[in-house]
Design a protein. Structure first.
Lengths: 276, 388
């Protein structure tokens, strides 16, 4: 069957190309991991021997630790808040007919395509400390401002995960519960929520990762305390700070691999549960 | 849909309210938190940026300070006139130059995008119209990023610094998108048709790097491509090049930005192409082979046309975010790879500090991106639906 699509020679050629592509794809990660254990103080060949001193140095660096804590705080806040409001809007979009529905669904997705630099500067305009255009929205430039910016960009991801899942639940389950006299809240809690739990966890993880990786909006909105990506970004300009950032980068890449694969596995479990 | 309407029998919720009214109300109530957040922190900020671009608001607090930054004090279209007022030169095959007014370039651009998107709906030669419009759009913006020796088909330039910078950014975005698609297509083809066991695991292996931190991947490339980086130090070690003579185009150049953008997006766009290929009915190809067509003929006449929407979606997924790129050029672009997004940041937090000019650039970029998104939403939804 597959011979209509690909000759044996063609398949072999593509396999070689695919192999080369995987090397291209993973070389940067491998390079980071390798240099994080290299004892030389510049990231260049040849290797001079194994060491863990860069990990120790990074761990003992107070700025990095504070930035890490700040990043995780913002990430957790973004994950919880963005997921909470997206569950509501996803449910409305999947289950309710109301005027303005298509406008809402378009609006929720627009932040996905707006360049982050435009989003960053426009929030900077809103939050400008010297003369904010609207006083009650004047969030000081700080981790709070970063949190708000990241909620806006995490929202579309959460909705894209949650809405199809809610829409795929058999509507008759909810109707049966309501016909039996269950209130809307009870139906949601006992029927919908258990069925979307995997999607919910996956939305939480993705929102967390979106926030933890984001640097452009954060770099416009941070105050005194920076996030780890912003710290990394500003460190990249100084050659002497490179080596200490390599282990940090290695750990972050590994962690996001683990999170992403976890999110994917959980999503697959969810697909099976809804019967897709 | 099989829905049993039993609403009149069982009264839940408040009496005296129709089911439709209740549904409407709860739809709005559930959307309210999200709408409020987006209104306050997405729409409103952009509204203020638009005001800045029209000279209504300004960064400077006093008249004297405004004089210094060159900001306007009241409503005016002057900033837009200055930005869009320059003529544009279209140079064809490195020789003939045609001068065009900016508005005509805009009209041509919109017409070509619409032609490329809507051409497919024409009864006759629809595909041809699309392909011609698409090629005309790409022609002035495609380049091989290896020095400046290669003659380009056509090139747009302008006296206006920001307009020229915008064209350059579009060129870089186009080039990396085209190469990304050229790499992603064979990969997707191999995964869809060449891999027999556990193709979804392989797909996940391909996509996984896309989901890790973008910044860190750029960081890794900096270590690989730097003047003292992996490639150069390997060349020094092996004696191919001496340390005073590093391969310097590897870092801080257009080449680097295009390479890194390409690297970042290829894993992601394998997905829409893969899904488009998976949806092709293989019996079509079997039928064509049975009738004596070669595999190449089948690829050209069946596979490519049927996968075209996925390929276009893939192109747009790279192209749209790349036009406004900020982080990649500021880390690996140097002066050669400077892009439009950096110019915006420069006006707001960099040395220049003119929020009004920066706002004009932001609104312009936003308008271009939104126009592209909405005019091509058919493809994006198809590709995006595939990825969600």
């Amino acid at each position: 069957m597959s011979d209509v699509l690909l000759s044996r020679r063609g398949r072999r050629g593509l396999a070689v190309f695919f192999g080369a592509f995987l090397v291209f794809l993973y070389a940067p990660t491998v390079v980071l991991i390798a240099f994080s254990f290299n004892s030389s103080s510049v990231a260049a060949l040849p290797f001079e021997g194994l060491t863990t001193r860069w990990y120790e140095a990074a761990w003992q660096n107070v700025e990095i630790r504070n930035a890490l804590v700040a990043t995780i705080q913002v990430g957790l806040g973004v994950a919880l808040l963005a997921t909470a409001i997206s569950v509501a809007v996803s449910y409305a979009l999947a289950r309710r007919r109301f005027p303005g529905r298509s406008l809402v669904s378009a609006l929720v997705l627009v932040p996905l395509v707006v360049p982050t630099v435009v989003l960053g500067v426009s929030l900077l305009v809103l939050f400008r400390p010297d003369q904010p255009p609207i006083f009650f929205l004047a969030v000081p430039l700080s981790l709070w401002a970063v949190l708000i910016g990241h909620i806006v960009i995490a929202l579309p991801f959460c909705v894209l995960i949650l809405m199809p899942r809610i829409a795929s639940i058999d509507r008759r389950l909810e109707e049966a519960a309501e016909d039996l006299g269950a209130s809307w809240m009870l139906t949601f809690r006992r029927i919908v929520l258990p069925l979307i739990t995997p999607a919910l966890i996956s939305a939480l993880l993705v929102a967390f990762v979106v926030s933890v990786d984001e640097v452009v909006i954060a770099s416009f909105l941070v105050g005194e305390q920076v996030t780890l990506p912003v710290y990394l970004y500003s460190s990249l300009r100084f050659a002497e700070r490179t080596m200490i950032m390599v282990p940090v980068a290695t750990v972050m890449i590994t962690a996001s691999f683990v999170l992403v694969i976890a999110a994917e596995l959980i999503r697959r479990v969810g697909d099976r549960r809804v019967g897709l | 849909m099989m829905t049993v309407d039993v609403a009149p029998v069982v009264e839940t919720g408040r009496p005296g309210m129709s089911r439709a009214a209740r549904e409407r109300l709860s739809g709005w109530a559930l959307s309210a938190p999200t709408l409020l957040v987006l209104l306050a922190f997405f729409i409103l900020p952009i509204y203020f940026v638009v005001r800045f671009s029209l000279g209504i608001d300004r960064f400077a607090r006093t008249e004297a300070a405004a004089e210094l930054t060159g900001e306007l004090g009241s409503f005016s279209l002057d900033l837009w006139r200055t930005f869009l007022g320059y003529g544009v030169d279209l140079e064809i095959l490195g020789s003939a130059t045609i001068g065009l007014p900016m508005w005509l370039v805009g009209v041509l651009f919109v017409a070509l995008v619409l032609g490329a998107v809507l051409g497919g709906r024409l009864q006759r030669h629809g595909g041809l119209v699309s392909v011609v419009c698409f090629s005309l759009l790409l022609a002035p913006f495609f380049t091989i990023p290896w020095g400046n020796t290669l003659v380009r088909v056509a090139e747009l330039s302008s006296e206006g610094d920001f307009v020229r910078l915008f064209f350059k950014s579009v060129t870089m975005a186009t080039t990396s998108s085209v190469f990304a698609v050229l790499i992603a297509f064979p990969i997707a083809y191999f995964l869809a048709y060449g891999v027999k066991k556990s193709k979804y695991t392989w797909l996940l292996i391909v996509i996984a790097p896309f989901l890790t931190s973008y910044l860190l991947r750029i960081f890794a490339w900096k270590i690989i491509l730097g003047d003292q980086g992996v490639i150069n130090s390997a060349l020094f070690q092996t004696g191919i090049r001496d340390p005073d003579n590093a391969l310097s185009f590897l870092i801080y150049s257009q080449f680097t930005v295009i390479l890194v953008l390409l690297y970042a997006w290829v894993p992601f766009i394998v997905l829409p192409i893969f899904i488009a290929l998976e949806h092709i009915d293989r019996r079509l190809l079997e039928a064509s082979t049975d009738l004596g067509a070669s595999r190449l003929h089948g690829l050209r006449k069946i596979t490519l046309p049927l996968a075209a929407p996925g390929i276009v979606a893939a192109f747009l997924f790279v192209f749209i975010p790349s036009i406004g790129e900020y982080i990649t050029p500021s880390l690996v672009g140097g002066t050669g790879g400077y892009m439009f997004g950096q110019a915006i940041a420069q006006q707001f937090v960099g040395g220049t500090l003119n929020w009004q000019t920066g706002s004009v650039l932001s609104v312009f970029l936003l308008a271009v991106v939104l126009f592209l998104t909405f005019s091509t939403s058919r493809f994006l939804r198809q590709g995006g639906g595939a990825t969600a």
